[in-house]
Design a protein around this ligand. Structure first.
Ligand SMILES: Cc1ncc(COP(=O)(O)O)c(C=O)c1O
Length: 450
């Protein structure tokens, strides 16, 4: 029996475009691409065909003995997405493994340069980088860390660019990304010669609901990293594969990472495919070490997964889906802002994001930005209500301290058509109204009668 069967959910039997169908014939509009992964939608035959063809040809030539074409071709495609700035790739089977690989590559890079003392990885509060121990160590959500705390590295964390709740109470229009002072402070406090890397999601995903930093933020990250010889790792597991309207999310700013992680949308949900890209400088440094990078797994660079990734990239290109995400972005933002006014009686406090990755933060009092108490389980209730209305949303709550702060992600496949988008917004509006009605009943029940 699957562990996930311990909680109740329908059995999915078919997917087509932005729709999923369960065993009872119910249809669900996938408003979040599953886990922000099904970027080209469900049921794309070209991907299934590419995987089948590769599996028939040769499924497992191990990387210790052979090169293989699908992996090399996909590495070239992804490098081209970076304009050749990150020309080296390695494929893994999950975003968590990609983060592990990125962190280990950073340490190997410094070791190759005689800087083996650089072993600290800085990250941000309210970030998510995966569920393995190294990736979880970089994660900034205290509630997700707590059960495993004895096994995690206690790496320092810096302020998140959470403009709706600015840690410094500044205005994002004029703050000059002052929250990055905490990055500079952390490097100084722990010793500039001890810090290996700074890892950040270009737009924070699941742990806070699409936090987009203020203008100039990533340029300042780049400058700071250069100043102290620290590598910048952009965790693009969620923001990659065109999700934000660029091939990779960091490309909204002038801030090239040294190492980049990808996952989710690259395999489009068809296959477990993730990995890293890095600069020539990083790759060439570690290649000189005895044993090279030394960070592979059994399924690293495996060709069937790469064939699926290649077919996903080809599909994104053929239908110009990255440009479509960029074009839809402002329209979706406006539609969500309108929805926040017309539905839910004011419970949507903030709408933020980019391309087709949007976060809605829900608040008890819009004026004061007061969060709901954690026990009200507002995020989980909105998800459940939306699902009853046949709409799937992704949870992104806990952004304030790990348990406080309710938010959901709206991130449909990049293939979504105008009619389905209108239907998504209609169902979301109904779900927000139902949630607001439920919360009003809760409030009435707890208000003392005079
Ligand atoms: C930014 C980011 N990094 C890493 C991961 C971990 O990826 P995976 O779940 O494939 O291990 C996730 C997953 O949600 C993510 O959003």
């Amino acid at each position: 029996m699957l562990l996930s069967l311990l909680s109740e959910r329908p059995t999915a039997v078919r997917g087509e475009g932005v729709w999923l169908y369960d065993a009872d014939g119910r249809a669900y509009l996938d408003g979040c691409s599953g886990a922000v992964a099904a970027n080209i939608g469900h049921g794309v035959a070209e991907v299934a065909d590419a995987m089948a063809a590769q599996a028939r040809m040769v499924a497992f030539p191990h990387r210790s003995q052979f090169h293989n074409e699908p992996a090399e071709r996909l590495a070239g495609e992804l490098a081209a997405w970076t304009g050749g700035q990150l020309p080296y790739a390695m494929f893994t089977s999950s975003g968590s493994e990609a983060v592990e690989a990125a962190v280990q590559l950073a340490l190997r890079y410094h070791a190759a340069r005689g800087d083996a003392e650089r072993t600290i990885v800085l990250s941000r509060r309210m970030s998510y980088h995966g569920a393995t121990l190294g990736a979880r160590s970089a994660g900034g959500n205290p509630v997700r860390r707590a059960p495993f705390a004895p096994l995690l590295h206690d790496w320092p964390q810096v302020d998140a660019p959470y403009c709706y709740r600015c840690p410094l109470r500044l205005d994002p229009g004029s703050c000059g990304s002052a929250c990055l002072g905490s990055l500079e402070d952390a490097i100084a406090a722990h010793g500039p010669d001890r810090v290996a890397a700074f890892i950040a999601e270009p737009i924070t995903g699941a742990s806070a609901g699409a936090l987009r930093p203020p203008a100039g933020y990533y340029e300042r990250v780049r400058e700071t990293c250069d100043q102290f010889g620290v590598l910048f790792i952009a965790d693009e597991v969620m923001t990659g594969a065109g999700r934000t309207g660029r091939p990779f999310g960091h490309q909204h700013w002038d801030a090239r990472p040294d190492i980049l992680t990808f996952g989710k949308g690259i395999g489009g949900g068809y296959v477990a495919l993730a990995g890293i890209l890095c600069t020539s400088e990083v790759a060439e440094a570690v290649a000189k070490l005895p044993g090279g990078p030394g960070i592979g797994h059994t399924f690293t660079d495996t060709p069937v997964a790469a064939a699926a990734g290649g077919a996903v990239v080809a599909y994104l290109r053929e239908f110009d889906l990255i440009r479509r995400a960029a074009q839809l972005g402002p329209q979706v933002r406006q539609a969500l802002c309108d929805l926040a006014e017309s539905h839910g009686g004011g419970i949507v406090g903030d709408v933020r994001g980019e391309g087709l990755m949007w976060g809605l933060e829900l608040v008890a009092d819009r004026q004061r930005r007061t969060p709901y108490p954690a026990h009200a389980r507002v995020t989980a209730r909105l998800l459940a209500i939306a699902k009853r209305h046949g709409l799937l949303l992704y949870p992104a709550g806990g952004g304030i301290d790990g348990s406080l702060g309710d938010a959901v992600l709206v991130a449909p496949p990049l293939t979504i058509g105008d009619d389905d988008l209108a239907e998504l917004l209609r169902r979301l509006g109904v779900a927000l109204d139902d949630l607001a009605a439920e919360l009003a009943v809760d409030a009435a029940a707890t208000t003392p009668v005079r």
